[in-house]
Design a protein around this ligand. Structure first.
Ligand SMILES: Cc1cc2nc3c(=O)[nH]c(=O)nc-3n(C[C@H](O)[C@H](O)[C@H](O)COP(=O)(O)OP(=O)(O)OC[C@H]3O[C@@H](n4cnc5c(N)ncnc54)[C@H](O)[C@@H]3O)c2cc1C
Length: 280
């Protein structure tokens, strides 16, 4: 199918972009990599009157790693972030998750910020942001704000972004000391959206045993679900905590019961791998 008719805008700067967005209001959709928006337009699941293509906006294609974490600009592509040399040291979970996002051709075009803004509960990067307690920095005609991840994801494909608001960057906090991460998921084919997935972060105590652990679950609720997971001489309690917290649904790929069981298994696997990573 073809997309419905819309007015096309290609601003060159952030100020110009937010001016156009303010004028068009709820009638506007921002176009970044287009890997999610274009299919939605072609299937006419969204019918915006205005498309604001931000691909020519100067200054948004950056990705920076510092001691505090990784900041990703709105036009940095998945593949660009994946290739950042400091990624493994500063925040390995981001690289572990990006390898599971679709295929290289999609990662060459899709943006990290676009994936966060799209707020798909089946996507890997929202879970990473939620687990790490990151944030989204925005601009709108009257200024801008920083939205913590805990407030950002509101429902399936629904975020705290208001009409007229452009996400300009996303911040992923650095790996804490004595910590490790892992991402485990099951998909029908490599590169597909996962039936269920789990991102894990484990911090060791001075005795080398897990002191604090948490997971973020993918595809088993309306938003990424973050669960603190206890370590009691093993991760069995973690699987139970995860199974109790998630809200999986039946669909053509899997039953809710299967997803609940699978998520517990993936949580134990990811927590084990993250512990090994932390032990170095
Ligand atoms: C075949 C296929 C398989 C895929 N598999 C996976 C997968 O396994 N895991 C996964 O996570 N993703 C997957 N994706 C989606 C892919 O990761 C997209 O790149 C991503 O979801 C959206 O990024 P984008 O830059 O393409 O955003 P776009 O498609 O351009 O935009 C998506 C949405 O976000 C909004 N938006 C974009 N940028 C901004 C901004 N700066 N500020 C405010 N709003 C903004 C848009 O208005 C739109 O509503 C897949 C895509 C395809 C086509």
């Amino acid at each position: 199918m073809k997309p419905p008719a819309f007015d096309y805008h290609a601003p060159a700067g952030v100020d110009e972009a937010v001016e156009i967005l303010a004028e068009a209001g709820a009638e506007a959709k921002i176009l970044a990599g287009g890997q999610s928006l274009i299919p939605l337009l072609n299937m006419r699941l969204v019918t915006p009157g205005h498309i604001v293509d931000v691909n020519r906006v100067a200054g948004l294609g950056f990705v920076e790693a510092g001691p505090d974490g990784v900041r990703v600009g709105a036009l940095a592509r998945h593949s660009q972030v994946e290739r950042l040399p400091e990624l493994r040291r500063v925040q390995p979970l981001l690289g572990q998750a990006l390898r599971l996002v679709a295929h290289p051709v999609i990662r060459n075009r899709g943006t990290v910020v676009g994936s966060i803004a799209h707020a798909d509960p089946a996507a890997e990067l929202p879970a990473v942001l939620a687990l790490l307690g990151g944030s989204v920095q925005t601009r709108h005609a009257a200024g801008g704000r920083t939205i913590p991840a805990a407030e950002f994801f509101v429902g399936p494909l629904e975020s705290a972004l208001e009409p007229g608001e452009l996400a300009v960057s996303v911040f992923f906090p650095a790996l804490p000391p004595r910590s490790g991460t892992a991402f485990a998921e099951t998909a029908r084919r490599h590169g597909d959206y996962a039936i269920a997935g789990v991102a894990a972060l484990v911090t060791l105590g001075p005795d080398g045993e897990p002191e604090r652990a948490a997971v973020a679950c993918v595809g088993v609720g309306p938003v990424p679900i973050v669960v603190e997971t206890p370590y009691r001489a093993g991760w069995d309690g973690a699987a139970e905590a995860v199974a109790a917290a998630i809200e999986p649904e039946d669909d053509i790929h899997a039953t809710a019961a299967y997803r609940r069981h699978l998520t517990g298994v993936l949580a134990v696997r990811a927590l084990g791998q993250a512990t090994e990573e932390a032990r170095g």
